[in-house]
Design a binder for this molecule. Structure first.
Ligand code: GAL
Length: 376
């Protein structure tokens, strides 16, 4: 996914200035903020209260998707809509059929958490032709005009936070450099996996270039380090091979860039089975088992993308259409889906380590109590 990137972005969850100055390459110089951009997409649609709303979710590859299912069902029903919320556990074909069925059942809005954002074009064009509004949720839908808005956490910033955390963790836990590291990326069919990796490498590549970091296996491209389907067994198997091939004897592995918590725990299992010391390892999604691992000093960091915020913002977009208003947007420059710049509402991801977990999760009904267990 080509991403039209602007200068340094400072976004909050309430939507503030998106900085002008679109360029084909991400530039790090902070452009002067333009006037606040909180306009909506060019939606001219008005939906009836009680409309049918389709929510096509991918697969339960991490806890945030399971939570999203519950939040959409309760949130949409409480708001008076007729909700059709479905996972496509058996893959892309099932998701394509589910979207077609949502159209047949009269869905006025279809929220899409794509398994593969590049394989839904004809289904979404059909949905648009039926008069539905299409909202891409968390993952961008690619290569089609038939998407009205994108609602997600800033995925490139997720990667920047992960790369930064890895460097901070190495300095905190592994003494002075240079350090040996390995890289893991997400599933190649997930539009998010690329900005996660690109964001992290924007921080790590300069340190590889100057010799602070060495990827001993030599596997540094997205294609080499991607994990099909976000499957833990695929990440563990690859780490087993890398450890056997590049870390024989007392060659140390100081750090691992992991794009989410599930793969971080899989990589830690491989490292433990290889008899190596625990590396500094990143993650994402604030999964319960990983938050416990962080509090126990094992996993170094995760990312908090509060699913309650993301679902609430999506339902707010649907409510805007129900009152014949614009979908709230705070970015009209960054997300090029291959045929158009998709207007977006980007939420702010947060890095979490042992030091700030209690504060970060204080209001989270699940994670607050988990962290409280480690207090005192
Ligand atoms: C991504 C999502 C991450 C994580 C991952 C694994 O698209 O943004 O938060 O859930 O999928 O499924």
């Amino acid at each position: 996914m080509k991403r039209q990137l602007t200068g340094l972005i400072a976004l909050t969850a309430v939507g503030m200035a998106a900085i002008a100055g679109c360029s084909s390459e991400r530039t790090d110089d902070a452009a002067a903020p333009s006037a606040a951009t909180t306009g909506g997409s060019d939606a001219t649609v008005c939906i009836e209260p009680g409309s049918v709303i389709g929510v096509a979710l991918p697969q339960k590859t991490s806890e945030n998707w399971v939570l999203a299912e519950d939040l959409f069902n309760t949130g949409l029903t409480d708001a008076g809509y007729e909700a059709i919320v479905q996972f496509a556990n058996s893959g892309v074909t099932e998701q394509q059929n589910q979207i077609d069925s949502m159209v047949e059942r009269g869905a006025k809005v279809i929220v899409v958490g794509a398994i593969d954002g590049s394989q839904l074009g004809s289904q979404l064009e059909n949905a648009k032709a039926s008069g539905a509004t299409i909202l891409a949720y968390d993952r961008l839908v690619k290569n089609t005009e038939a998407v009205d808005a994108y609602i997600a956490f800033d995925n490139y910033q997720v990667g920047v936070l992960q790369g930064t955390a890895l460097l901070e963790g190495l300095a905190a836990r592994k003494g002075d450099g240079p350090y040996n590291i390995e890289l893991i990326a997400g599933s190649p069919d997930d539009a998010n996996a690329t900005p996660f990796f690109e964001g992290a490498m924007s921080v790590l590549q300069p340190k590889i270039d100057d010799g602070t970091l060495t990827v001993v296996s030599g596997q540094t491209t997205f294609e080499q380090v991607a994990t099909q389907g976000w499957k833990a067994e695929n990440a563990q198997k690859r780490m087993d091979t890398v450890l056997a091939g590049s870390y024989a004897g007392d060659v140390k592995l100081d750090g691992i860039l992991s794009p989410n918590d599930t793969l971080a725990r899989a990589a830690l299992t491989a490292v433990e089975q290889a008899g190596k010391d625990v590396p500094v390892i990143t993650g994402q999604d604030s999964e319960v088992e990983s938050v416990k691992s962080i509090m126990e000093g094992v996993q170094y960091s995760t990312i908090y993308k509060d699913t309650r915020e993301l679902v609430a913002q999506t339902i707010a977009s649907i409510d805007a259409l129900a009152s014949c208003g614009d979908i709230p947007i705070n970015d009209t420059e960054q997300y090029d889906n291959g045929v158009k710049i998709v207007p977006a509402f980007l939420l702010t991801p947060k890095i979490v380590t042992q030091d700030n977990a209690a504060d970060t999760y204080a209001e989270d009904p699940t994670l607050g109590p988990v962290v409280a267990e480690y207090a005192g």
